[in-house]
Write a protein of this length. Structure first.
Length: 436
């Protein structure tokens, strides 16, 4: 039988998407439900061959002036991009469909690896190479936006940790020494991680507002988080990191006592030894350790003012989105004034272990906006993520399938030119560096 292009049900779409090797949380009907609350109208489309679904896509429709529309398939379509016949048939029909609905273009950015990269972002010799897919899409008339550090609808570069076939011991050994040390210190400091409840969403919102103020971005409204929760349901999870200050205070006291006892012994030994220089060095080291503990005790006083009545201090939180294949750390934050507790380390590690336990193949730390220039202010986020092990993921990027050159030119002029001018300089530098 000949291939057919048609509208499909959300249930059909989800069933197909779950099995796709390039599945993504934004190619799912619950994501469509969320986006409906933000003014996007969903379209579920598919290609059937002998009545079997072989390609599917969620397209989000956004209104533009003059009765025109924009079509966007976030991380789609889902299909075998190496099947040239299917690729040609699908995009021919998508263009006709978009045109019939007065969409001036369809934007896509499938979650397909472009060139396989290692933990440091270097291209892996004889690794995955899907540049042929880029060429195939361009040959069908799609406009490629290139390889960009910033400015795309979705991150073009991410950092991910492969969990398939791994054990907890292997993941632990893959951590950087600093990460292992901070996780052990958090355990010692009684930092704990738990799942946030819906009625506690205001706690997450406060964390995000504090983070936004510190980092200089605008946070989403509280309703967006509520909509996420009600739309994504079991596919969303928020973890919060806390410390019990009563237990933390006891641990500080327990750390201080042996130092004071040791100091007392050394001072006694100093009176009757001829090796005074050695003991004086030991005393100086002890004094330094005591000063560090005393400083933490002083900080504790201010922490207690911010804690709840039972002594619980909220440190930070992360929001995760799950598919059958992977877990994505989408966004989150922490209170800057409690940074000594390193909440992000415990939050990520807890979810990595949970993802491993539940059979997910990948933990996605999500976007990175720098991995080459160590002097960049954005390099630190990437460096933090690679401390857990994993690799840089480079996706094939954004493509536009244009249905009206005239209206598309006007759209670019009105909406994208100002953004393009701001990011062009950074992206030019970045493109040169990542090809090395």
């Amino acid at each position: 039988m000949a291939k057919t292009f048609q509208e499909i049900t959300p249930e059909e779409f989800d069933k197909f998407a779950e099995k796709s090797p390039i599945s993504h949380f934004q190619q799912r009907s619950d994501w469509a439900d969320l986006k409906k609350n933000n003014g996007w109208a969903p379209h579920f489309l598919g290609v059937k061959d002998d009545n079997k679904l072989v390609a599917a896509v969620l397209i989000l429709e956004k209104p533009l002036p003059m009765g025109r529309k924009m079509f966007y398939a976030p991380r789609g379509p889902l299909m075998d991009y190496e099947d040239s016949s299917l690729l040609k048939f699908t995009f021919k029909n998508l263009k006709s469909y978009a045109k019939s609905h007065r969409a001036i273009f369809l934007k896509i950015d499938p979650a397909i690896i472009n060139l396989e990269r290692d933990i440091d972002g270097n291209i892996v010799k004889n690794g995955k190479d899907n540049t042929k897919i880029v060429k195939a899409l361009k040959s069908l008339g799609l406009k490629h936006h290139g390889y960009n550090l910033e400015g795309n609808m979705q991150p073009q570069y991410a950092f991910a940790l492969n969990l398939k076939g791994k054990t907890e011991e292997e993941l632990l050994s893959g951590l950087k020494n600093t990460h292992r040390t901070r996780l052990r210190q958090n355990e010692k400091n009684h930092v704990s991680v738990r799942e946030l409840k819906f009625e506690e969403l205001d706690k997450f919102k406060k964390i995000m507002v504090s983070t936004a103020d510190r980092r200089g971005f605008t946070d989403r409204p509280a309703k967006y988080y509520q909509d996420m929760w009600t739309s994504l349901k079991d596919n969303l999870k928020i973890l919060v990191a806390e410390v019990n200050l009563n237990d933390y205070k006891k641990s500080l006291e327990e750390e201080l006592k042996p130092l004071e006892d040791q100091e007392k012994k050394l001072k006694e030994a100093l009176k009757s030894t001829s090796h005074k220089e050695k003991i004086e060095k030991q005393l100086a080291a002890l004094e330094k350790s005591k000063a560090g503990l005393k400083s933490r005790e002083e900080n504790l006083k201010s922490y207690q003012k911010a804690a709840e009545k039972d002594g619980t201090l909220t440190l930070g939180a992360l929001l995760f989105v799950k598919t059958k294949r992977e877990v994505t750390s989408l966004f989150g934050g922490a209170y800057g004034e409690f940074r000594e507790f390193n909440a992000a380390y415990s939050l990520n590690w807890e979810m990595i272990l949970e993802s491993l336990k539940n059979g997910h193949e990948k933990y996605n730390f999500y976007g990175i906006s720098e991995f080459k220039n160590e002097k960049s202010p954005n390099f630190g986020l990437y460096d933090f993520k690679r401390g857990f092990g994993g690799n840089v993921e480079e996706y094939i990027g954004e493509f536009d399938l244009v249905t009206s050159k005239f209206w598309y030119s006007l759209y670019k002029l009105a909406y994208e030119l100002p953004k393009s001018l701001r990011r062009a300089k950074n992206n030019r530098k970045f493109r040169k560096s990542v090809q090395k």
